[in-house]
Design a protein around this ligand. Structure first.
Ligand code: C2E
Ligand code: MG
Ligand code: MG
Ligand code: MG
Length: 283
């Protein structure tokens, strides 16, 4: 009887769901060793000023190359890392590797900033600010050259704590960007209290942004909101010249997307800098 019930309850899982959990379990186990086996790396996606065309910075994006699974998308493994706690050592590696690389590029004379994505656990960790301060000092990088990307979900989990953390990050001189803006649930009053430096307009709005469409109206309203709260705007997922021109005409300052460049491995990004990087002003 018990055996019968056990079998019945197991039948709740469809074959598709079972395969999904099996892969998740396998990936999570493999992820435990990914750092020490050197399977993780960072790619860098250029961010350009829409008006001058200048390269202003790059977003660091985590990549995982596994010998059997091949390249695994961060959209798949970041949630696994977050649920298993592995995001703590992995997120710390991302921060230190990004700052190390940024220091190297700046030492070569390039004026740029790098943006790092943070997970909720990292953001709520009281040691974060001190850790970043140490990293910047160790590598001799000015705080203004490091940007942190947070999502609305992270900030709204505990808005009061988020305000405190944000204040200490600003105290260090870092800049903070709100990622995927428009896809979560931000409170307008907190948006003001967070004193964010930048709103990143989510690519889902940019994709369907034909003149006169709802998404175009959302993008225009977002740019207006950011302007009146003293924040910069960066459009994500810019793939066509029409999108770029429309965004520029709406007053959006910055853009990132395949039209400008795909995310590049560090060596390729260094060559990209040779082509269009801004030298650090002398003196
Ligand atoms: P995100 O932070 O919103 O990053 C932007 C994503 O859009 C990246 O996907 C990028 O490759 C992709 N993208 C850029 N331009 C275009 C475009 O023109 N068209 C399209 N279709 N896509 C474009 P990616 O690299 O797969 O990363 C996915 C997400 O994984 C990121 O979204 C971020 O939430 C997360 N992630 C990546 N690296 C890290 C990390 O180091 N730490 C944490 N916590 N999360 C990360
Ligand atoms: Mg991001
Ligand atoms: Mg985003
Ligand atoms: Mg995203």
């Amino acid at each position: 009887r018990a055996k019968q019930q056990g079998r019945n309850s197991f039948s709740l899982y469809t074959p598709g769901l079972q395969a999904y959990y099996q892969r998740a379990l396998q990936l999570e186990n493999a992820l435990r060793r990914a750092l020490e086996l050197g399977q993780l790396s960072l790619h860098y996606q250029p961010q350009h000023d829409l008006h001058s065309g200048a390269l202003v910075g790059a977003e660091a994006l985590l990549r995982w190359q596994h010998p059997e699974f091949g390249p695994v998308s961060p959209a798949e493994f970041i949630p696994l890392a977050e649920n298993s706690g592995l995001i703590v050592p992995i997120g710390d590696w991302v921060l230190s590797e990004a700052v190390r690389q940024l220091a190297e590029w700046r030492a070569s004379g390039w004026d740029l900033s790098v943006a790092v994505n943070l997970s909720g656990v990292q953001f709520m960790d009281l040691g974060l600010v001190e850790r970043i301060r140490q990293l910047l000092q160790q590598h001799g990088v000015p705080a203004s050259a490091l940007e942190l990307e947070l999502t609305e979900t992270i900030t709204m989990q505990d808005p009061a704590l988020a305000v405190t953390v944000m204040d200490s990050l600003h105290g260090l001189g870092l800049s903070v960007a709100l990622d995927d803006f428009g896809t979560g649930y931000s409170s307008m009053s907190y948006l003001k209290r967070f004193k964010l430096d930048k709103l990143k307009i989510d690519q889902s709005f940019v994709r369907e942004m034909h003149p006169g469409s709802d998404d175009a109206a959302i993008v225009q309203a977002t740019i207006g909101l950011a302007q009146s709260l003293g924040m910069q705007t960066l459009a994500e997922g810019v793939e066509t010249e029409q999108q770029r021109d429309f965004l520029r005409d709406c007053g959006c300052q910055l853009a990132q997307g395949y039209l400008l460049s795909r995310p590049l491995p560090a060596e390729a990004f260094a060559r990209y800098l040779q082509g269009c990087g801004q030298p650090i002003a002398a003196g």
